[in-house]
Ligand binder design. Structure first.
Ligand SMILES: O=C[C@H](O)COP(=O)(O)O
Length: 253
């Protein structure tokens, strides 16, 4: 079974209600490849999830950008996986590098979050990626393998997991990884899954790329064998997100 192309739009901490309505309208009016070809998920800030969910076209899905590591309770400011399930939000992004760096989320903490969210029935976009310093030190594969291992150690079923490879140096910088750089790490991650999880999981798990993806570079990146889609930040707030979704046709061509 082929891996269906996956395009996620991570809106991060952006937008007013008016801006959100405008983005949704652009998406709703867009002509994109069918659901058989591409799975599209947009991830607004928590407060806009109900608005987006209720107004977004039915062939696109919503995702939260984070959730708490265990059952809800006395955790001021957090949102639990159960709450997302209750609101019928199917996806959650976990382990984004901004949270790892700014909020000190460790590999183990992210692994615990992934395991808990999956156990509640959520689907997870799990982010991994190296800093520029780590890349220059030649430790890219070690870093992403350790991040992936912390997840693999805690879960047994990968069917609801998409792995997002997001080199930190490429996020929001306009400095996109070359298609060859992306392919090299995606291939390395797939081999890691094959060796440490199973051949089936390696073959079926989508590994998507994130980091300055835009309407201009998406097709070449999508052409790489092991690039199964994108997690898009800045460009997901703009009409060019539609072109990025349409890059899925590169795979089916
Ligand atoms: O989650 C998305 C990534 O952080 C990429 O962000 P960017 O497309 O703005 O570089």
């Amino acid at each position: 079974m082929g891996r269906k192309f996956f395009v996620g739009g991570n809106w991060k901490c952006n937008g007013t209600a008016e801006e959100v309505k405008k983005i949704v309208k652009t998406l709703n009016d867009a002509k994109v490849p069918s659901q058989d070809v591409v799975e599209v998920v947009v991830s607004p800030p928590f407060v806009f999830l109900p608005l987006v969910k209720s107004s977004l076209r039915s062939d696109f899905y919503v995702s939260a950008q984070n959730c708490w590591v265990k059952k809800g309770g006395a955790y001021t400011g957090e949102v639990s996986a159960e709450m997302l399930v209750n609101l019928e939000v199917p996806w959650v992004i976990l382990g984004h590098s901004e949270r790892r760096a700014l909020l000190g989320e460790s590999n183990e903490f992210v692994g615990d979050k992934v395991a808990y969210a999956l156990a509640q029935g959520l689907k997870v976009i799990a982010c991994v990626g190296e800093t520029l310093e780590q890349r220059e030190a030649g430790s890219t594969m070690d870093v992403v393998a350790a991040q992936t291992k912390a997840i693999a150690d805690r879960i047994s079923d990968w069917k609801n997991v998409v792995v997002a490879y997001e080199p930190v140096w490429a996020i929001g910088t306009g400095k996109v990884a070359t298609p060859a750089q992306a392919q090299e790490v995606h291939d390395g991650l797939r081999k890691w899954l094959q060796k440490n999880v199973s051949a089936d999981v390696a073959e079926s798990t989508r590994i998507i790329y994130g980091g300055s993806v835009n309407g201009g570079n998406c097709k070449e990146l999508a052409g790489q064998t092991d690039v199964d889609g994108f997690l898009v930040g800045g460009a997901s707030l703009k009409p060019e997100f539609v072109d990025i979704i349409s890059a899925a046709t590169v795979k089916s061509a």
